[in-house]
Design a protein around this ligand. Structure first.
Ligand SMILES: [Zn+2]
Length: 157
């Protein structure tokens, strides 16, 4: 797994133990553009996964990244950023059909990363969620073209 370090200034201390992973997508296939976009909005994620399978580490896992926003999941509606690790999949588009919205390599790397995080932090599969699952009124990523069922299935096999 090719790991690139691109530290984000947008993080602070966690106020809860890690027990969730939030999957996002953003319509910037280029790593530099994606980082600039996140910085511009003063948000962050722990990892970005590029279309070639490169993994970009932006915030250390023990720190609180800023990606979930107003959101709730299974009775927790406060500070999901403190509970979670955020992973952004970079793509051309997650809302419109492309020949390839997310590459197989990228999804496979995402599965490996999530399996490692689940093991390291004891995260249950039920707490692996899409941004659209925890903020359905506001967010639609990673969208209908992300192979969610296959992704989740690969994590629990
Ligand atoms: Zn998102």
């Amino acid at each position: 797994m090719k790991l690139i370090r691109r530290p984000s200034p947008h993080f602070n201390a966690r106020k809860a133990p890690i027990d969730m992973i939030v999957i996002h997508a953003m319509e910037h296939p280029d790593i530099d553009e994606a980082c600039a976009c996140l910085d511009g909005y003063r948000v962050s994620a722990h990892f970005l996964i590029a279309r070639d399978g490169s993994v970009v580490r932006c915030v250390d896992e023990d720190k609180r990244a800023w990606h979930a926003g107003v959101s709730s999941w299974r009775g927790v509606s406060e500070d999901l950023n403190s509970h979670s690790i955020g992973i952004e999949f970079l793509c051309d588009s997650f809302s419109r059909k492309r020949r390839v919205n997310f590459t197989k390599k990228q999804v496979a790397v995402g599965v490996r990363l999530c399996r490692r995080l689940m093991r390291d932090y004891g995260i249950p599969a039920v707490n692996i969620v899409r941004h659209s699952d925890i903020a359905p009124e506001r967010k639609s990523d990673p969208g209908r073209y992300f192979p969610w069922r296959m992704f989740l299935g690969s994590l629990t096999r």
